[in-house]
Structure formats: C-alpha cells, structure tokens
Design a protein around this ligand. Structure first.
Ligand SMILES: [Zn+2]
Length: 70
C-alpha cells in the first residue's frame, strides 16, 4: 500500500502537524508489536538502540529501521 508521506527531517518529527505524527506513531507501534526477524538467520531481533538491532539467535548486530525493520 502506498502511503503519502511528507518529507520530515529528524528535527521536524514533533513539529506542526502533530495529528499526523500521532497517526504515524500509531502505525509504527503496530509494526513494533510484530516480531522483527533477523535478516541473516530469520531469528528474533531486538532493538537495542536507535536503528541498532541485535539478533537473539545468531547474536549479530545490525542497523535497521529506527523503530522497526523493513
Ligand atoms: Zn540472526
């Protein structure tokens, strides 16, 4: 599904248009609730820091999305 997105820099995340941001956060939370899987072994990955993920199975650290893996 194509989603129209405004170009928002990291600083503009909580700027005007808060309603839309809330909507986005809602979507993100939905995705976060889903299990994120490791691209290397398909194991379970956990977010350790912003955009850094750690796989429970193979122990690999990798960069991914800030809030969820694409
Ligand atoms: Zn893995």
């Amino acid at each position: 599904m194509a989603v129209k997105r405004k170009k928002i820099g990291s600083a503009g995340r909580f700027g005007p248009g808060y309603g839309k941001v809330k909507h986005r956060l809602n979507e993100i939370e939905k995705k976060q609730r889903k299990r994120q899987s490791c691209p290397f072994c398909n194991g379970r990955a956990k977010r350790t820091a912003n955009a850094i993920w750690l796989c429970n199975k193979c122990g690999k650290n990798f960069a991914g999305g800030t809030f969820y893996l694409e």
